[in-house]
Design a protein around this ligand. Structure first.
Ligand code: FAD
Length: 310
């Protein structure tokens, strides 16, 4: 068999055989405790040498989580060579408060914001009620960010449709509105049905959306927690994925190996379809994402694969 016929062939050789090196980005959440902060920074340090296009830090409702996001992205600017993207939502905040956060980000050297409407606190997938003096949705937030400064603005994209939108057509219209408001990149929610994603992308492109859309990759080690996460946000989980993890509750080692293999295979197939950018939901852990990046040909130094091949 020709090695290029294998699913991982063209991607695993990226950086060795002249195939374009995939571009990766990593998502982290701000830590809640000093211990969590240590382990987050261990993960950041481990992944930093892979030279991601950017790293993003999520944002929650409430003052303390906002401060944690701010602290984390500012520390990234000050202490690393990374390009941080700060998430920002409209939840439970007046327009003036949000504008102040945007101005603070710019003053701290942040040049990329992930603009999201957000969900009601403690109710992912719950019904959202905007504050009368707040921004109503991510489109308004995107326009507000661009009105403050020429930020790069990424927005959320939902290959299985956002649970509140009712239809993919509506979602694609909303995505177009976000682009018209100044969004420069879409990042998708995680998904496992590749064919559905590719069909979705065809529709997005046919609708005239031309900004880069980066697939969001979730390396899964715990199927039960994934199910809890995916249900409220309307991401279907295929039976083949459930079968892979069946009977492995007490076997974290095998679950990790399967997780790396599933995510690598997904990225490889996406690369065959022409996708070069991958956004990893790291859950603040480095090992799996690091291993998957290695499989994809993303290494610390561009020279290293050549040396290995010699
Ligand atoms: P919007 O684009 O505003 O859309 C929300 C809903 O309203 C959709 O159903 C849309 O169809 C509808 N809608 C929008 N505009 C209109 C309009 N003009 N008229 C009628 N309907 C409209 N959440 C967090 O709290 N913190 C995070 O850090 C975070 N990070 C995320 C990162 C990514 C990559 C993704 C994909 C999601 C993230 N989320 C985060 C979750 C996100 O906040 C939720 O999915 C939220 O429910 C929708 O946010 P949005 O930005 O897509 O909203």
């Amino acid at each position: 068999m020709n090695p290029s016929d294998t699913a991982l062939g063209p991607v695993a050789r990226a950086g060795v055989g002249g195939a374009p090196r995939p571009r990766v980005s990593f998502e982290f959440s701000p830590p809640k405790t000093p211990e969590a902060e240590d382990s987050l920074w261990e993960a950041i340090r481990r992944l930093e040498p892979l030279q991601p296009s950017f790293v993003s830090v999520t944002y929650g409702a409430g003052g303390s989580t906002r401060d944690r996001t701010h602290r984390t992205v500012v520390r990234m600017v000050q202490e690393t060579a990374l390009k941080p993207a700060a998430h920002l939502t409209c939840v439970e905040a007046a327009r003036e408060e949000v504008d102040e956060v945007i101005r603070d980000y710019w003053a701290a050297g942040i040049r990329h914001v992930v603009a999201l409407r957000g969900d009601p606190p403690g109710q992912i997938g719950g019904r959202y009620a905007p504050r009368p003096d707040g921004y109503n949705n991510a489109t308004e937030l995107t326009a507000a960010i661009r009105a403050v400064a020429p930020f790069e603005v990424s927005v959320g994209v939902y290959p299985h449709a956002h649970p509140e939108s009712g239809s993919l057509e509506r979602d694609i219209e909303v995505l177009k509105a976000k682009v018209d408001a100044g969004a420069t990149r879409g990042i998708t929610n995680f998904f496992f049905d590749l064919d559905n994603f590719l069909r979705f992308m065809d529709r997005v492109r046919k609708a005239g959306v031309t900004i880069p859309i980066v697939p969001g990759i979730m390396p899964v080690t715990n199927f039960k927690s994934l199910k809890r996460m995916a249900g409220p946000i309307g991401v279907p989980l295929p039976n083949w994925l459930a079968n892979l993890f069946e009977g492995l509750d007490q076997d974290p080692e095998t679950r990790r190996l399967i997780a790396a293999s599933v995510a690598s295979e997904m990225c490889a197939r996406l690369a065959e379809e022409g996708f070069r950018d991958f956004h990893f939901y790291t859950l603040n852990r480095a090992e799996l994402t690091y291993a998957i990046c290695r499989v994809l040909g993303v290494r610390e130094s561009p020279k290293e694969p050549k040396e290995a091949a010699a």
